[in-house]
Design a protein around this ligand. Structure first.
Ligand code: DQQ
Length: 541
């Protein structure tokens, strides 16, 4: 079926077939980026024998699919080789820690390492014979203890990891100390806990530099460093982060602003994006984030397709040096190498109520950058209002407001029977202050009716003197939007049935009733990345 085949992506990471979920153990080692992922080799839906799929790449653009790294073959992981992380030790050893769901569904933490460090692709992995290395602590339910992080080194030279859990409705993370990754001591008190947030999956804790965009190794702490904590909330299926301070002596992480604590504050992404994990890339001195992007269709369709889920584009993560209250996420620079000839639309005037086609051959795989200037006089003349605006409760791209919505329609066919809108909406309060929302409206993304069409979005900070800007990466069934340099991000799964192949077009639109715009847009069609297989030849390594 043509329509279903079309949904496979050109430059997002996905296995050849079957079900995928969380990214696991991302790292750079000996010239290669590695990504492992939760994988069901038996079919396109979740399974009770999840394994670690594996791929490697020199540039995160050309991938080699490798044999499955670990399967569910011991009593302690018989029910699934679940999520975990990699730590590259200073002496070149590689440590994997992962959660095994045991024959009795108890969540144990386990150790694994490469069978042969001189294999450049690290194909074979060995489980430590004395696994498991950790079981649930007293008072914690045996299935509420999972997803160990990358280890960080203390000033005393010991290693620490954190593991997510919950106690009643309080989400929390435990910290363990180890010297050899085989025996561990639990530290007293939690790293952090937030009432009412439920189970914390895939916790991440990492340093970011204040005053520099360089990434930091996970063990960095001290002056000029903030620590970011991220949790994946099992209950609402979103990834929340917060910026704070990690105190090694007290082993506590404290948010800068308790009102935007983890689980109740800022999200990495306001669309579909879950169980993400970051790593320090010592190759290019940056921190990179991967996130799982599930489907928004039905299991039945996934079974017909034979696959389910994507990984997000790998994103560089830095502290926003201008606000210092949020991170900036941006596709790694390597993605730019997939750009083909640029089509440029310079300073187009977009009158209230207008839609302008931006002719390209096909934008089913595209990188789009747009900048908007709104008519100042109209902004000033617009009266303030008490009405709160949220993308989700709004009428989407079709709603008329004085200062929005305006933006781009992607995956739109010529007649715009299908379209996915990525737009801004500015609301003005009674005191004259402006608030900008960044939204993705999927209500008209697909003629199919068994797909989720929820409107996504959130506020985006816009600072004095900044133009409004967005970058959108379109890749068949995924649209990733980044506003204001990556302050607010929205990843969507969409399933057009007509706006496909050469009929996947781009339009500029302005549904503001009062304000005209000047818009500049660049559109690069994207070539596909290459994914090769090295799953057969497993002999001579
Ligand atoms: N997925 C894994 C768990 C993790 C969850 C199992 C998050 O380890 O908590 O596939 O999506």
């Amino acid at each position: 079926n043509n329509m279903l085949t079309w949904q496979r992506t050109g430059f997002h990471f996905q296995p050849e077939k079957n079900w995928m979920n969380d990214p696991n153990g991302p790292m750079f080692y000996n010239g290669y980026y590695h990504i492992f992922y939760q994988y069901n080799p038996d079919g396109p839906i979740w399974g009770d024998k999840i394994v670690w799929g594996h791929a490697a790449s020199k540039d995160m653009v050309e991938w080699i699919h490798l044999p499955v790294a670990m399967v569910a073959d011991h009593w302690y992981d018989e029910n699934g080789v679940w999520s975990g992380s990699a730590t590259v030790l200073p002496d070149g050893q590689v440590i994997l820690l992962y959660t095994g769901s045991s024959n009795e569904s108890v969540q144990f933490q386990n150790l694994a390492y490469p069978a042969n460090l001189s294999d450049p692709l690290l194909i074979d992995w060995v489980k430590y014979p004395n696994n498991p290395v950790l079981g649930p602590p007293p008072g914690i339910k045996s299935n509420d203890f999972r997803d160990p992080t990358t280890a960080w080194k203390t000033s005393a030279g010991k290693w620490r990891i954190t593991i997510g859990s919950k106690a009643h409705r309080t989400g929390l993370a435990f910290v363990y100390e180890t010297e050899d990754f085989k025996s561990y001591q639990i530290l007293s008190g939690a790293l952090h806990a937030v009432h009412g947030t439920g189970m914390w999956e895939c916790v991440d804790l990492f340093p970011v530099a204040v005053g520099s965009e360089d990434g930091l190794d996970s063990s960095t702490n001290g002056g000029g460093v903030k620590h970011v904590m991220k949790v994946s909330l099992d209950d609402d299926r979103h990834d929340y982060y917060a910026i704070g301070t990690y105190n090694e002596a007290t082993n506590a992480w404290v948010p800068d602003d308790p009102t935007i604590d983890v689980g109740i504050g800022i999200r990495y992404d306001y669309g579909k994006f879950y169980a993400s994990k970051s790593f320090y890339d010592q190759n290019k001195k940056r921190r990179i984030l991967w996130g799982w992007v599930p489907e928004s269709d039905t299991e039945n369709v996934d079974i017909m397709k034979g696959w389910a889920s994507l990984q997000s584009l790998p994103r560089t993560l830095v502290l926003d040096q201008k606000t210092r209250t949020n991170l900036l996420q941006w596709p790694v620079e390597e993605i730019d190498s997939l750009r083909l000839d640029c089509k440029e639309f310079n300073r187009l005037r977009v009158e209230p109520g207008s839609v302008i086609p931006l002719a390209v051959k096909s934008a089913s795989q595209a990188d789009i950058v747009a900048e908007f200037e709104i008519d100042k006089a109209a902004m000033e003349a617009t009266p303030g209002s008490d009405q709160e605006f949220t993308c989700a409760s709004s009428g989407g791209a079709a709603q008329l407001g004085t200062l929005g919505p305006f933006g781009l329609l992607v995956l739109a066919d010529h007649r715009r029977i299908e379209q996915t809108s990525v737009h801004f909406y500015i609301s003005k309060a009674r005191d004259g202050s402006l608030k900008t929302s960044f939204c993705t409206d999927r209500s008209r993304s697909s003629k199919a009716d068994d797909v989720d069409k929820q409107i996504y979005g959130a506020f985006v900070p816009v600072l004095e003197g900044e133009k409004l800007s967005m970058r959108i990466l379109v890749d068949h069934s995924i649209v990733e939007g980044f506003a204001q340099g990556g302050r607010t991000c929205i990843t969507s799964r969409v399933y057009p049935t007509r706006a496909i192949y050469d009929d996947a077009q781009v339009f500029l639109f302005n549904n503001a009733t009062e304000a005209s715009l000047v818009a500049s847009v660049k559109i690069w069609p994207m070539r596909s990345m290459s994914i090769n297989s090295n799953t057969e030849d497993h002999g001579n390594r």
